[in-house]
Design a protein around this ligand. Structure first.
Ligand code: ATP
Ligand code: MG
Length: 431
């Protein structure tokens, strides 16, 4: 087994994690920091979710660490969560995995006594390194070198590893995007061969990986698309059809719109003409497992794209009434980014009309001025009209509607006295 000089600053590891390692090691159980947090620390990124791997069986972990709150979060797979000074730490017994018949979960797990045996069941070499303050780095699969040279490489035979668990296909692509790594050739070939087996994986787990992929750095997404698009098409069918040329523009637009998943998602969907129609909507919602809120936002963004360009303040206010300020701002950001990236977003805006950035500024002005765009903001209420002698009913509703329209068109100010005067005059015949 290779050993390396320490390359992480031990002070980056939370003191509680070091303490848990000490307690288990002093009780006679080799224990290490492993997985994503170690990978991230070694490559100078902030770490989260500290995972320990240990020779201790779950009951032994419980006995040694009895002073802590311990939760049996994955007992069948040898995992307990220990909460040390408010920090939850997953502690998993070294294990190997039996055969996989469903491409998702091993039929059985066997507890092991060494990290080398445990490393063999992990997905990628960069995720199969271990560290503790006594032994430094343990690296039975060459993950340290891969981490240094920015390579995602499957542990063992990549074909077999993806056949065992198809989710690893997406984890590999997502990690390459998050870390800006390349995928080793054999691993990449196996990813492409195994792409269609993703049908065995739940939409939810696939969608989670896609979400993390789509919000990565646009430059990296651009580089990875030609080789990975067919695989992402297994997660979200329509996206698989996006050509590398189109993706170039899409990712150029991403550079201008930040990293919100729903806002980003709207760009390729608009670009390939996906709408909020029943069929497309059903596919999107099912494959991406969107929450109601997310779907409403996405649907509104797709619908806003089909609105007429608001040529006047009044039309802009109508859009505010329909979509709200926040969503309109997101929409305008998308349109502006698509104009810049595609040389046109497919939206009709004439040369004389202000650019999207200017429109967005006007929108801010409307909001800052507290302009009335909805019935709720109107200073005239049904009660006012009743006081003026109107009876509740259709005519009263009509009068309020007309008042709102007149205020939105800025024919009358949104002030109670002026509105009551206007109503008295206007609605006299309706009382
Ligand atoms: P992140 O937390 O950023 O998603 P991670 O690599 O830490 O990345 P976790 O799901 O937290 O991912 O898993 C912790 C470790 O467990 C991984 O680093 C890897 O060693 C192992 N692992 C996770 N999922 C798999 C898998 N599907 N197949 C094999 N090993 C896995
Ligand atoms: Mg993790």
């Amino acid at each position: 087994m290779n050993r390396y000089e320490l390359t992480i600053d031990p002070r980056q590891i939370p003191e509680q994690v070091t303490r848990l390692i000490t307690e288990l090691v002093e009780a006679g159980y080799p224990t290490y920091l492993v997985g994503g947090s170690l990978r991230d620390l070694l490559s100078g990124r902030p770490a989260h979710d500290f995972d320990l791997a240990t020779a201790a069986l779950p009951e032994e972990v419980r006995r040694v660490l009895s002073a802590y709150a311990i939760y049996p979060t994955g007992l069948k797979h040898g995992t307990v969560t220990v909460v040390a000074n408010n920090l939850p730490v997953e502690v998993t017994t070294f294990r190997s995995e039996g055969t996989y018949t469903d491409r998702r979960r091993p039929d059985e797990v066997r507890f092991e006594r060494t990290f080398a045996a445990d490393a063999a069941r992990r997905d990628f070499t960069i995720n199969a390194i271990a560290y503790n303050q006594y032994e430094g780095l343990l690296d039975p699969t060459g993950g340290y070198d891969d981490l240094r040279s920015g390579v995602i490489r499957a542990v063992g035979d990549p074909r077999q590893r993806f056949a065992e668990d198809a989710l690893r296909i997406l984890r590999g692509l997502r990690l390459a995007a998050e870390l800006d790594f390349t995928i080793e050739a054999e691993t990449m070939a196996a990813i492409l061969e195994a792409g269609s087996t993703l049908s065995c994986i739940s939409a939810e787990r696939k969608a989670q990986e896609f979400r993390r992929f789509l919000v990565c750095e646009p430059r990296v997404l651009r580089r990875l698309w030609p080789e990975s698009r067919s695989v992402w098409g297994e997660v979200l069918t329509p996206i698989g059809a996006v050509s590398p040329e189109r993706w170039e523009s899409i990712t150029a637009a991403f550079e201008r719109i930040g990293a919100d998943f729903i806002v980003r998602l709207a760009v390729p969907l608009i670009s390939i003409g996906i709408s909020s129609d029943a069929d497309d909507a059903a596919t999107l919602r099912r494959q991406l497992v969107l929450s109601n809120n997310e779907w409403l936002r996405l649907k509104s963004l797709l619908e806003a794209h089909n609105e007429e360009y608001p040529a006047s303040r009044y039309e802009l206010k109508l859009l505010v009434a329909e979509y709200g300020y926040e969503l309109l701002r997101e929409w305008m950001r998308i349109e502006a980014a698509m104009v810049a990236a595609f040389g046109g977003s497919g939206r009709s805006r004439t040369e004389e009309q202000p650019a999207w950035e200017e429109l967005s500024r006007r929108l801010d002005e409307l909001e800052e001025a507290g302009e009335c765009c909805t019935a709720a903001q109107l200073e005239l209420t049904g009660l006012d009209l009743i006081e003026l002698g109107m009876k509740p009913g259709e005519a009263l509703g009509q009068c309020l509607k007309e008042a709102l329209e007149a205020v939105m068109r800025e024919e009358i100010p949104n002030e109670k006295s002026a509105l009551r005067r206007w109503a008295k005059e206007r609605c006299r015949g309706l009382c």
